[in-house]
Design a protein around this ligand. Structure first.
Ligand SMILES: Cc1cc2nc3c(=O)[nH]c(=O)nc-3n(C[C@H](O)[C@H](O)[C@H](O)COP(=O)(O)OP(=O)(O)OC[C@H]3O[C@@H](n4cnc5c(N)ncnc54)[C@H](O)[C@@H]3O)c2cc1C
Ligand code: FES
Length: 284
């Protein structure tokens, strides 16, 4: 069985994260399976809802026992069908797919996790991986309004000596008023050149936020990795729907995580995305 084989799994637990967002838990390890290898932070799966569609979702959690989760925002036909599912219902999972966030090579790096909205799903699994490896980090979570902030209860129990959390909202209803990229800019404004070159940023969220972070990291000489989203069909490098102009990089196969150097070569990054027919859609 390869990562491209659809595995039918039963939903074991569902929790409401915030308005319109649910996390679904399931198990991907067969009984006594010795070859099981957990996914890596930043990887995604193609989720098949029978009779509806197959769509990409970040893996928001995983463990050695094969327990995985996806965290789904209800925005359209297939995510709506996912939200209607109950405990014990079946879905198909293909994955883990794509690359992953490259972890810091030393524990002494200044690590930032910067997420906007549902982008926190991919960063949740990264935060757990860093904690398990004893790597300290600062997280900045942004959302439109306070009620959209996710995983706050879970992040609350992380050791405060070990992690630092900043929250911000577009309307100021929780945390600082403004964008996550501006909060980051504020935190690093007095960093020395040496500290900046020892800083690493992992981000996931709206592309305009990712683009703003690219400008900051590029100017300040900070190592940067961002997870991109494009419409996907095959999820494994065959259909070409997720190709990025003019680099030819595929989000499903070469990504979804791209480095600062790669992001600079992608002409459509921060400018436009494409719909299912391949037509360019300007980013707002
Ligand atoms: C690598 C990757 C990881 C993702 N991780 C998550 C996640 O953890 N949680 C989550 O809720 N969503 C995630 N998404 C986005 C998710 O795949 C889309 O929201 C989903 O496909 C929408 O399907 P739908 O049938 O409900 O919506 P549709 O009815 O198909 O579309 C509703 C709207 O969403 C847009 N849309 C559709 N598909 C995508 C897409 N793939 N990317 C961006 N916009 C899209 C459409 O253009 C339309 O405007 C991820 C996407 C990618 C590429
Ligand atoms: S989704 Fe088909 S090539 Fe990426």
């Amino acid at each position: 069985m390869t990562e491209n084989t659809i595995k039918t799994i039963k939903i074991q637990r569902i929790i409401n994260e915030c308005d319109g967002v649910k996390t679904f838990f399931f198990n991907m390890k067969k009984k006594n399976e010795e070859s099981y290898i957990p996914p890596k932070p930043g990887q995604f799966v193609m989720v098949w809802v029978p009779g509806v569609d197959e769509i990409p979702m970040s893996i928001s959690g995983y463990d050695e026992l094969g327990n995985w989760s996806i965290t789904v925002k209800n925005i359209g036909e297939c995510t709506n069908a996912l939200h209607d599912l109950k405990l014990g219902d079946f879905i198909g999972i293909r994955g883990p797919l794509g690359n992953s966030y490259p972890l810091p090579d030393t524990k002494s790096k200044n690590v930032f996790l910067i997420g906007g909205g549902i982008g926190m799903a991919a960063l949740r699994s990264l935060s757990r991986e860093l904690i398990n490896r004893g790597i300290r980090f600062t997280a900045i979570e942004g959302a439109k309004i306070g009620n959209d902030l996710m995983f706050m209860d879970e992040f609350q129990v992380y050791n405060k000596e070990f992690t630092e959390f900043h929250y911000c909202t577009d309307d100021g209803s929780y945390g600082e008023e403004g964008f996550a990229s501006d909060v980051f800019k504020g935190i690093i404004k007095d960093y020395s050149k040496k500290k900046l070159s020892n800083t690493i940023v992992y981000a996931c969220g709206p592309e305009l936020m990712l683009y703003a972070l690219l400008q900051i990291c590029s100017k300040k000489n900070v190592e940067y990795y961002a997870s991109l989203e494009r419409i996907m069909r095959c999820g494994c490098g065959i259909c070409g729907l997720c190709a990025l102009d003019s680099s030819g990089l595929l989000v499903c196969k070469d990504g979804p995580i791209f480095s600062l150097i790669e992001l600079k070569k992608i002409d459509d990054f921060g400018k436009y995305t494409r719909d299912f027919s391949g037509k360019k859609i300007p980013l707002e």
